[in-house]
Design a protein around this ligand. Structure first.
Ligand SMILES: [Fe+2]
Length: 245
């Protein structure tokens, strides 16, 4: 398993400079289940710079049952992180969007035409529940597109209820939804089944973007420890299309 991922003979650190931009992380302190302090956020940004990233668009949860975040809250936290990063002499660019959980609040924002925080290219990062499938996923994705946004589904490999019929992933992609795999899934962090599905999605050209989904520095340590020289050359992803737009 994972021969393409871990090359213990060479034992090199991973360089993620080919990915360039990370579009999924939780680096705004104290507003979700990610970092708690500016110092932690700066340490993670520093590590991401060392791993080869040049740009972070961090994505706090907006999940109305747990994390009632708004663009104002997120952008205010972003200023603190940027200031800390500047004081630490980091050169990595740091922006913020959000990871929107599809719930009633999200649908309300969509229906009332509220401001969304987006990834480059007017892309909206959305996540689904882990345990139970939504009844109206397709309709919601269609409404997102109708409202002028490009949906990007976070970590499709983690929705195990799709495993009984993986053709659903192709249907989502055909409907215009871009899929983002977590690099952490490829390290085995969430278990073997999720790793296998992440690999399957990549092999089948269903993945548009890779993202770290880093919540804490240990997640980056895990990514660093696994040697990924092989998978970077083996599997297609298109993070580069987010640069300079
Ligand atoms: Fe996330």
């Amino acid at each position: 398993m994972l021969n393409w991922l871990f090359d213990t003979k060479k034992n090199k650190d991973v360089s993620l400079d080919r990915i360039g931009i990370d579009i999924h992380s939780h680096l705004i302190p104290g507003i979700d289940d990610g970092v708690e302090t500016v110092e932690e956020a700066v340490a993670m940004a520093s590590k991401m710079q060392a791993l080869g990233f040049s740009h972070i668009v961090t994505t706090p949860h907006i999940m109305w049952d747990c994390y009632k975040n708004t663009p104002e809250i997120i952008l205010s936290g972003l200023q603190n992180v940027r200031q800390g990063a500047a004081e630490a002499g980091l050169t990595i660019k740091i922006d913020a969007a959000a990871e929107y959980f599809i719930d009633e609040h999200f649908n309300e924002l969509l229906v009332t035409g509220q401001q969304f925080l987006t990834l480059p290219g007017n892309r909206l990062l959305v996540e689904l529940p882990y345990s139970t499938p939504l009844m109206n996923t397709a309709e919601t994705l269609f409404s997102i597109i109708k409202n002028g946004y490009q949906p990007v589904l976070a970590h499709p490999e983690r929705y195990t209820y799709f495993y009984s019929d993986p053709s659903v992933y192709k249907k989502l992609a055909d409907q215009g939804c871009e899929l983002q795999v977590n690099i952490l899934s490829l390290t085995g962090y969430y278990g073997e089944n999720i790793t296998k599905m992440a690999e399957w999605l990549l092999r089948n050209n269903l993945i548009t973007f890779l993202g770290t989904d880093a919540h804490k520095i240990q997640h980056l340590d895990m990514i660093q420890k696994s040697n990924k020289n092989n998978w970077i050359s083996k599997y297609p992803f298109q993070n580069e299309k987010l640069i300079n737009i």
